[in-house]
Design a protein around this ligand. Structure first.
Ligand SMILES: C[S@@+](CC[C@H](N)C(=O)[O-])C[C@H]1O[C@@H](n2cnc3c(N)ncnc32)[C@H](O)[C@@H]1O
Length: 257
């Protein structure tokens, strides 16, 4: 059977998550990413890998800001969309298809920065597979290169956990059912909705949700030394400190490998 992350990321994902990361939110995130890259010394026009780039939501505006972008993703559907978005914006981005556990060997030491945003980490059931992703990131970064990760985090999720929930998107009412496994630290969400023709649909995802403590340990183990923590990918960065209740966990780390 296919893994959930091989199934979710096509037009269903674009519909369900379109509003969670609309144009305003994206502009805010790109402003914060640019500020973090500058503050922590990534060179203007440097080489950036957008790891799990989706449809180019952050890669395209970062390329427009003058960085040289490479986008990597497993979803052929989202990559095709990303190529179109880049072409429409008139920016040259190298897109590569693949699994984030196996970054191309020839990329060793290539990037000034790697970004991984909007919870594109923790997808693999085996903890060592998620650790492998971090090891791969350290390998493709230049010595001293930056890694910026933006994920949801366990303290916040636990503080406001709702086993059932609903939201509206595109005139659809989507019901969500959640389960958290406190031993594995995996959060499972099933989303169910009925379309205009009365057809029922469902998707689910299951993600390791880390505390800042756990993710710090994993980054350290991969040779990625945390430099800064923020509570949202938004400017001004000082207005969004990281704490147990912050919306997001954003870590900027430096490659020491
Ligand atoms: C929540 S989306 C985030 C996309 C993008 N970073 C953004 O902010 O819009 C997660 C992305 O991870 C990609 N993905 C899922 N499993 C993957 C894997 N094993 N290797 C590489 N990419 C994967 C999906 O195709 C999807 O584009």
């Amino acid at each position: 059977m296919a893994e959930w992350w091989q199934d979710l990321f096509d037009e269903k994902y674009l519909t369900l998550f379109a509003e969670a990361r609309g144009p305003l939110h994206t502009a805010q995130e790109v402003e914060a990413l640019t500020a973090l890259l500058t503050e922590h010394g990534a060179p203007a026009g440097g080489q950036i890998l957008d790891l799990a780039c989706g449809y180019g939501r952050t890669a395209v505006p970062l390329a427009q800001a003058g960085y040289r972008l490479t986008g990597f993703d497993l979803s052929p559907y989202l990559l095709a969309r990303a190529k179109q978005v880049a072409a429409d914006a008139g920016v040259a981005i190298e897109f590569q298809h693949g699994d984030m556990r196996q970054l191309p060997a020839e990329w060793a030491g290539r990037f000034d920065a790697v970004i991984n945003v909007f919870t594109a980490f923790g997808y693999f059931e085996a903890p060592e597979d998620n650790q492998k992703v971090l090891a791969g990131i350290a390998r493709v970064l230049k010595p001293g290169g930056l890694f910026i990760i933006d994920v949801s985090h366990r303290d916040r999720i636990m503080s406001a956990y709702r086993e059932t929930d609903w939201f509206e998107v595109d005139d659809l009412l989507v019901c969500t059912s959640r389960q958290f496994d406190a031993i594995s630290g995996m959060n499972t969400e099933a989303m169910l909705w009925t379309d205009d023709e009365g057809q029922r649909h469902s998707v689910f995802f299951k993600v390791h949700v880390y505390t800042a403590t756990e993710l710090t340990r994993m980054l350290d183990q991969a040779g990625l030394m945390p430099l800064a923590y923020h509570g949202a990918l938004a400017c001004p960065l000082d207005a969004y400190p990281f704490d147990a209740f912050s919306r997001r966990l954003v870590i900027v780390a430096r490659n020491t490998v």
